[in-house]
Design a binder for this molecule. Structure first.
Ligand code: URA
Length: 246
């Protein structure tokens, strides 16, 4: 598919559209060996050889990013009122990226963004059963019976029970609730293989608890990079991409 030269170079992260216009006009860009001074010139990224200052601009058809999504932003490409995860991708000039799946506004953690629709479909397909691991702080003390219920499947008000899920209890600690009363909290890891609407929150409600904090830490073979602060984004490494594409 043909596209404007300046758009191609901006999607490859070589500069902003206005910087690239200046670079073209200054004769620093070639297409198939010929200097091309017009930023509007149309190129075929798959077949044309494009250089900037003598260096070939390699076209990556698909791009993959990991975000540590902060609480308070919506997982959407646009929203009339709220800040979106795409607003945190401002330094990435690729226009066709989208988030794979959805985290609630108050959920943090691993979010994959790509323009690879086939990969997104495979990861989200209910048939694929990609594992997702969440860390949560929940109200109350977790019991063996709760873990057994999650392993069997719980009724969260849908037509079918949830698929078997694994509950690991990390720690339990006393805490005060908003009214100042003593209570208990539990930190847990929950592994699920589906992605139903508000699934983790609804699963804890179904066993009489409540999620107070939620962070996704793994999707399939891809783990959240602990060096990424909430709101930060980075490209996936080749190895990480391979864990997503079996
Ligand atoms: N389950 C939830 O309840 N919320 C999320 O954001 C993700 C999974």
């Amino acid at each position: 598919m043909k596209m404007r030269l300046d758009r191609f170079l901006s999607e490859m992260g070589i500069g902003t559209r206005s910087q690239l216009k200046r670079m073209c006009r200054a004769g620093r860009v070639t297409v198939n060996g010929m200097v091309q001074t017009s930023p509007e010139f149309h190129v075929d990224p798959e077949t044309d050889r494009i250089t900037v200052d003598g260096r070939t601009a390699v076209y990556d058809r698909y791009q993959y990013y990991m975000m540590n999504k902060p609480a308070g932003v919506v997982t959407a490409t646009r929203d009339p009122k709220q800040k979106t995860v795409m607003d945190l991708m401002k330094q990435v000039h690729r226009k066709d990226l989208f988030p794979v799946g959805r985290l609630d506004i108050d959920t943090e953690g691993l979010l994959l963004l790509t323009n690879d629709g086939a990969l997104a479909n495979r990861l989200l397909s209910p048939k694929h059963h990609a594992e997702k691991v969440y860390r949560a702080i929940v109200r109350g003390r977790m019991t063996v019976e709760m873990a057994e219920k999650f392993a069997e499947g719980v009724d969260i008000g849908d037509e079918t029970l949830t698929r078997p899920a694994k509950l690991d209890i990390v720690r339990m600690f006393p805490d005060r609730n908003d009214a100042g009363e003593e209570g208990w909290r539990s930190e847990i890891l929950l592994t699920i293989t589906e992605g139903r609407y508000h699934q983790v929150k609804r699963m804890f409600l179904a066993v009489g608890s409540e999620v107070l904090f939620l962070r996704r830490e793994r999707m399939g073979g891809l783990s959240l990079d602990r060096r990424l602060a909430p709101g930060e984004v980075r490209r996936l490494t080749e190895e990480e991409i391979r864990t997503l594409i079996p």
